[in-house]
Design a binder for this molecule. Structure first.
Ligand code: NAD
Length: 485
């Protein structure tokens, strides 16, 4: 162990109470910083998902569904304050569970509290419209909760993704069934405790940890779910959409990306550098909106990429509680996956321009990968096309604006893009030309900003989370037409 083990519990939460999973099995909780097992969580399955969905339905049709919007908002605000009061405990659990440096975990928990604050405040501010129609009619719209929403959460930002997805769904009056990732469930389970203590009615929030193929698949295919939101890999996203499609249930998919940062010759290079680094190094590159492609204009390519290389070479990698620049990746499989891309780069003769260093005292069993900068990557190479989900940045050279746009748009993904230029007209042209859910000009949010709608186009998925927009995506619009003469 690299620090005291965070508290893990081996139960599922359904109907406001903790239950042993029906199968009686558990899943080991492994600390990515040292590879040591530090506890266990429940291995939920079909029966547990049934139980959670039934409890959610009772809540949606009962006390939770009838609660006035302002009261729902107050409960979410209370949960936000509870997260703030227990922030350090949550951050320690998140850091130990995912391997992320402690200050990143603290930032994630601050964002989690902010999600509940934002959605607590928004709960009673969503309203319908009256629509002009024929003489003698009054037509209005209502935004109603779906009822029961399913949430399949990945391991990279468990607390933040819980906040953005469950926060918005609860604000609209849905009752939620959450399946956290088998690799990182601890903060979600703690949140279950906080939600009960904050006074959420039984069944408004239900949590079933377990494997994706078991609990996740059961949730996606469940006929009692009215909407499902999934964040994770495109392959599993397809399975979730197909399963939900059998019952014609709407799906929100957030499936990652290969997000470009475009640096033009007139850019403020010093301002860009920390965002270029942060965009890929944060969370060891395991960020759906990571800026994993660095597109640089020919005229400044050598000098600018040289500056990025200097910063990469200075990066230090270590255990989550060492709180260095980069932590381990989540598990052995992910480490091998990232390393296979680095091996491919070497095999194909790509230029490894810089690597970070492992701190001398990193625990031997941890899943560490050195952050790596690779230069002159052909835009159609697999390293420039596929989501690596590790701290690997591919630098690509471009000649002019048209080529930059073509390269930026030339992957199957479209989640986030960053543009660095002082030319105002070019800023506007790029903002319009880039096929991406978010475009950042002279900054790079890497998904940041609770207020900003977030989601992709193309293989990055569909639907929007975060901001007010998410509230529309977690509600069904009803139109009522009255003929009164
Ligand atoms: P994954 O897609 O397998 O897992 C994400 C979530 O889906 C987890 O909760 C998992 O238990 C669940 N799941 C898995 N199989 C399922 C199924 N058949 N039905 C329903 N739910 C299922 O992701 P992973 O295996 O943990 O990571 C693989 C790759 O996915 C990564 O290398 C990365 O490229 C990508 N990924 C992307 C994001 C993102 O934020 N976009 C997050 C995590 C992983």
């Amino acid at each position: 162990m690299t620090g005291p083990a965070p508290r893990a519990r081996t139960e599922i939460l359904a109907g406001g109470e903790w239950h042993a999973p029906a199968g009686g099995d558990t899943i080991a909780v492994v600390n990515p910083s040292d590879g040591v097992t530090m506890g266990a969580i429940a291995r939920g399955g079909v029966v547990d998902i049934d139980r959670a969905v039934e409890a959610a339905r009772r809540a949606a049709d009962g006390a939770w569904g009838r609660l006035p919007a302002a009261e729902r908002g107050r409960l979410l605000s209370r949960l936000s304050r509870a997260v703030g009061e227990r922030a350090e405990e949550l951050a320690l659990a998140e850091a130990a569970d995912t391997g992320k440096p402690l200050r990143q975990a603290r930032a994630d928990i601050a964002a989690l509290a902010r999600y509940f604050e934002f959605y607590g405040g928004a709960a009673d501010k969503v309203h319908g419209e009256t629509l002009p129609y024929l003489d003698g009619y009054t037509v209005m719209t209502f935004r109603e909760p779906f009822g029961v929403t399913g949430h399949i959460i990945p391991w990279n930002y468990p607390a933040q993704i819980f906040g953005r997805s469950v926060g918005a769904a609860l604000a609209m009056g849905n009752a939620c069934v959450v399946k956290p990732a088998e690799d990182a469930s601890l903060s979600t389970l703690l949140l279950g405790e906080l939600a009960i203590a904050a006074g959420l009615p039984p069944g408004a929030l239900n949590i079933v940890p377990g494997y994706g193929e078991e609990a996740g698949a059961a949730l996606a295919a469940h006929p009692g779910i009215d909407h499902i939101s999934f964040t994770g890999s495109p392959e599993v996203g397809t399975l979730v959409q197909q399963a939900a499609g059998k019952h014609h249930r709407p799906v929100t998919l957030e499936l990652g990306g290969k997000s470009p940062q475009l640096v033009f010759a007139d850019a403020d290079q010093e301002a860009a550098l920390p965002f270029i680094l942060g965009g890929i190094v944060q969370n060891a590159g395991q960020t759906c909106s990571a800026g994993s492609r660095l597109l640089v204009e020919d005229r400044i390519y050598d000098t600018f990429v040289g500056k990025v290389a200097d910063r990469f070479a200075a990066l230090r990698v270590g255990a989550s509680d060492m709180d260095l620049d980069v932590g381990p990746v989540i598990n052995r499989r992910q480490k091998e996956r990232v390393e296979s891309y680095l091996a491919l780069a070497r095999r194909d003769g790509l230029k490894i321009l810089a690597e970070g260093t492992l701190a001398p005292n990193v625990p031997p069993g941890g899943f560490y990968v050195k952050p790596t900068l690779i230069g002159e990557v052909p835009p159609d190479h697999r390293l420039a096309q596929e989501e690596i989900f590790g701290p690997v940045l591919c630098a690509i050279r471009f000649r002019d604006e048209a080529e930059a746009i073509a390269i930026a748009n030339g992957t199957p993904y479209g989640l986030v893009a960053g543009v660095w230029t002082r030319d105002g007209a070019r800023q506007m042209r790029l903002a319009r030309a880039l096929k991406s859910g978010q475009v950042f000009i002279n900054n790079f949010g890497a998904g940041g900003g609770v207020e900003l709608p977030f989601g992709g186009v193309k293989r990055s998925g569909h639907g929007r989370e975060k901001g007010f927009e998410a509230l529309y995506h977690f509600s069904a619009l009803k139109t009522v037409a009255i003929r009164h003469g």
